[in-house]
Design a protein around this ligand. Structure first.
Ligand SMILES: *Cc1c(COP(=O)(O)O)cnc(C)c1O
Length: 224
């Protein structure tokens, strides 16, 4: 069994005390590992690849809340629309419209986070600050089958903790600004930031949801 029970117990307790939601990132890990952590009480799991998520969802307990945290292609939205709990990586309005369409077909309202590009690295997807702030929130609220409940971001992959802290601080400030621009009663509630290497910094900068994989499940053997 590859689950690090001790780390899970320590981290989940620490986060619960701070009212931060723990999403256990189980990508590339077998269903047995997820089941083992489920038996420790974990219910929120994150996956990056659509087919892998669909396969695991079919095999595992139905009260698991599945988070899609990867880069989502429009043509695959329909595969996860019937059950996904939260889509973290919405990086365009076009994708949001497709999620809305597939959610309507599935008779659901799907919660989504807009992904914001905060790292200086080229490879990260997401809205930049300007595009996010120029987004017409009324347009978002017209999509009846999606609910944008927050923002998600990834810091640079670096040992430079002050750089990481600065990027999380920027995302928190964008979150506060974007939240303030929402219609009454529709303030954002989820700020998804922090992974194994930087979650403590993220939490101290105001994260409400962290996505932790390798600290809980051990290092991944391959990266897709
Ligand atoms: C893989 C992944 C994580 C978890 O990464 P760890 O470093 O293993 O904690 C978190 N968020 C996203 C978007 C990921 O792709």
């Amino acid at each position: 069994m590859a689950v690090n029970t001790e780390a899970y117990n320590t981290i989940s307790k620490e986060l619960a005390e701070k009212h931060v939601t723990l999403v256990a990132v189980s990508k590339t890990k077998p269903a047995e590992d997820i089941e083992a952590m489920y038996n420790l009480g974990q219910r929120d799991f994150g996956e990056n690849y659509v087919q892998e998520l669909v396969d695991k969802q079919a095999q595992l307990p139905k009260d698991i809340r599945w988070h899609f945290i990867g880069h989502l292609q429009s043509n695959k939205v329909k595969m996860i629309a019937p059950f996904v709990h939260l889509i973290h990586g919405v990086d365009s309005l076009k994708l949001l419209q497709e999620i809305n369409k597939q959610a309507a077909k599935a008779g659901r309202i799907i919660n989504c986070l807009l992904q914001v590009h905060i790292a200086q690295e080229e490879t990260k997807f997401g809205f930049d600050e300007e595009t996010l702030m120029a987004t017409n929130v009324n347009e978002l609220h017209q999509l009846a089958n999606v609910r944008v409940i927050g923002l998600m971001g990834m810091a640079s992959f670096t040992e430079d903790k002050e750089k990481v802290r600065g990027e999380f601080r920027l995302l928190k400030s964008l979150y506060d600004k974007f939240s303030a621009g929402q219609p009454d009663g529709q303030k954002l509630s989820v700020l998804s930031m922090g992974m194994s290497g930087d979650y403590a910094i993220a939490v101290s900068e105001g994260s409400t949801m962290v996505r932790i994989g390798s600290l809980l499940f051990g290092a991944r053997e391959y990266v897709k």
